[in-house]
Design a protein around this ligand. Structure first.
Ligand SMILES: [Zn+2]
Ligand SMILES: [Zn+2]
Length: 209
């Protein structure tokens, strides 16, 4: 018998492995879908602004249908476990900020994580680490939303639908780039790779003379 995969199984399949980060994204997506009363976005009914590019984003893409390619998943990389979702139908938006105790884990797990990463863990320590990790994922997936994150309704101007732009040829390398991403350099249209930016900051901590 062929059983339809559960949403969690679909997220794991897409991401490639099971990890607590994926469980965090799954939980965030579940909260978003139920609070905004939206179903998975086939088009761009839902918009997500994500503030990190870690494992959980894959679960969010699978569950909510907000994807980078469709233009309804926007990365604002502050490195925070904070997610804002807006619904075009409900005209509502929520901000989900994952609670610190979920992210920090317990000291024992952090210590074991270090040993496993350095290849210094004994088989018993590896087993213990995997057990704690599994426990953590189960906890995340089963805990009430309010215990997992701070959830607030926010004002959110849903951005316009993704626009289509024409591509123009770079006068320097000959590759094509979407027009709003190109620059004008000495009267020629060039791509960002070829554009020689006026350096206003000191790069790589090197002092310029
Ligand atoms: Zn992962
Ligand atoms: Zn170029």
């Amino acid at each position: 018998m062929c059983m339809e995969k559960t949403p969690w199984e679909k997220a794991v399949e897409f991401h490639g492995h099971v990890c607590p980060g994926l469980a965090i994204g799954y939980k965030v997506a579940e909260i978003a879908l139920s609070n905004l009363q939206e179903s998975r976005a086939d088009d761009e009914e839902m918009i997500a602004i994500v503030e990190n590019d870690a494992c959980g984003i894959d679960a969010i893409m699978v569950m909510t249908g907000c994807t980078l390619g469709k233009g309804n998943l926007i990365l604002k990389d502050t490195g925070k476990q904070v997610y804002t979702f807006g619904g075009r139908n409900s005209k509502k938006a929520i901000r989900v900020s994952v609670n610190g105790n979920i992210l920090q884990g317990n000291p024992e797990m952090r210590e074991l994580h270090q040993l496993v990463m350095e290849g210094k863990a004994s088989p018993a320590e590896k087993d213990e680490y995997n057990k704690l990790r599994q426990q953590k994922m189960d906890d995340i997936l089963n805990m009430p939303g309010e215990q997992f994150a701070t959830i607030k309704e926010v004002d959110f101007a849903v951005p316009g639908k993704a626009r289509l732009f024409s591509s123009v040829e770079c006068a320097c390398c000959g590759e094509y780039a979407m027009e709003p991403r190109t620059r004008n350099q000495n009267g020629k249209v060039v791509c960002l790779d070829c554009f020689d930016d006026y350096p206003r900051t000191i790069k790589n901590n090197q002092e310029r003379i």
